[in-house]
Structures are given as C-alpha cells and as structure tokens.
Design a protein around this ligand. Structure first.
Ligand code: 6PG
Length: 247
C-alpha cells in the first residue's frame, strides 16, 4: 500500500515559508552530502513567494544552502518573455535569485518566449538530463492543475518526454511544463497550497477516487515516493483529517 501524503496545515503564509523552508534546507543538506549536488525544480504562481524569500534570507551559517552546488530548474513556464509580469522566472528572480549568489549556469530557465515551443521543451529536457530531481516544489490551482499539467490536456499522457509544450484551451494559451515521469521520480515532492477556493479540489484530490485526468495533481499526490502537502487553513477547510505543524 502507498504511504498517504503528509499534510501540514499552517496558520499563514509566513508559517508555511518557515516550515517548508526548514524542509527544503534539509533536502539540500541530504543531497549535498550524499551526491555533492542538489537538483531542485521550483513552482511558479504566488503561494511560494514567501518561501523563496525565506530561502534567500536564511542567515545562520548551518542553515545556508550551498547555491554553488545547486542545479535549479522550473516546473513550468508561461509563454512570455523572462521580464514579463507573468513569467515564473521573473518571480523567482525577484524573490530568490537576485538575493543570493548562484552561478548563472546553474539556473535553468524555460524559454517561454521561444517561437518554437516544442524545440524549447526539447532543449529543456536536455538541460534537465535523466537524473532524478532531489526536490520538486509544486503548487495547485483550484482546478487541480499542478505545474502546467492542466485537466484534460495532452501533457497528462506524456510518458517519454520530460518537458513538453502544451496547449491549455481553458486558458487560451500554451505553456511549457515538466511531465509526470519527472515528478514521479523526484526524491521528494512538496506542494504549497493556499486559499479557500482550493478546498473542495484538495479534498477530492486527497480523499476522493482516482481521477487524475480531472485533478492532475492527484497522480503526484499518489506517487510511490514521499509527498508533503503544506496548506493553509483555507485550503484545508474540507479535509476530514488534518495534522498540525510541529510547535
Ligand atoms: C504556474 C504554476 C502553477 C501554480 C498554480 C498555483 O505557472 O502558475 O507553476 O502550477 O503552482 O497555479 O498557483 P498559486 O500558488 O498562485 O495559487
């Protein structure tokens, strides 16, 4: 039987950043001591902003992440240039990259501005390589999407390519996204989920029957490896059982 995801309910965004930050730094420490490198993929959207700021600001030497030995990837990207207000890269640059010292070659941004998105996805898969991610940080939309794996889209069936361009008809746009095999193989996956508009979907994803085509994050919640879901009280409002953060 699969282990259920670990659910950590927090009071506010700062508590989420603090608790998730502690776990992110632990992932880095374990990977760096075991393999000498830390491979992480970051989520876009708004919920992880305080976490990224927290990671940039953590000052105690023992807690500091060795960014020089980090390979930083993105779970998905919107089809806009990197300085666009909707760019996930821009959000991560503002909250994290501009505040830390990290070699430019270690930051792997998806080319959301590319004319040929399929070629950009193939280049990204090449940069990602075949090694598993040590940690994938993901979010969840109220419709159950995660990264840019949206309900009913072709990306959900992709088992070969590790990064694809996908049409998202419900948003009348395209996106670049990593695919299920990457998130299934990651050593750890953390979800950061906030807002009461997500409560019904989160309950269905965790407690309901399998329906990953309608609730794409569910396939990752139910993967074989460990999954931790950090959520605020709004997102957790419909859950039957919740766990409390360590004091
Ligand atoms: C993106 C994402 C996406 C995000 C969810 C949740 O590019 O938008 O990476 O999957 O994580 O939409 O976003 P919020 O945290 O802003 O609700």
């Amino acid at each position: 039987m699969l282990a259920p995801p670990e659910i950590i309910v927090v009071d506010d965004a700062q508590a989420m950043a603090r608790l998730a930050g502690r776990r992110v730094r632990r992932s880095a420490a374990i990977a760096l001591s075991a393999r000498g490198t830390w491979r992480i993929a970051l989520a876009g959207g708004n919920t992880p902003r305080p976490l990224y700021q927290e990671l940039a600001e953590s000052s105690a030497a023992a807690d500091r992440i060795d960014w020089a030995r980090t390979a930083l990837y993105f779970g998905d990207e919107r089809t806009v240039p990197p300085d666009h207000k909707d760019s996930n890269y821009r959000m991560v640059r503002e909250t994290l990259l501009s505040r830390i010292v990290i070699p430019a070659a270690s930051v792997h941004r998806m080319e959301g501005e590319a004319e040929d998105l399929d070629a950009a996805a193939a280049r990204y898969a090449g940069a990602l390589g075949d090694a598993p991610l040590d940690l994938a940080i993901l979010g969840m939309g109220a419709d159950g999407h995660t990264a840019s794996l949206f309900p009913g889209t072709t990306a959900l069936g992709e088992r070969q390519r590790r990064c694809v361009a996908v049409q998202v008809p419900q948003l009348s746009t395209s996106r670049l996204t990593l695919t299920y095999p990457v998130f299934e193989a990651a050593r750890e996956v953390f979800f950061l989920i906030a807002g009461e508009d997500k409560a019904v979907t989160l309950k269905a994803a965790i407690e309901g029957p399998d329906q990953p085509d309608r609730i794409p994050c569910q396939a990752i919640f139910r993967r074989k490896g460990p999954v931790a879901i950090f959520c605020d009280r709004g997102a957790a409002a419909e859950l039957s059982t919740i766990s409390r953060p360590p004091s």
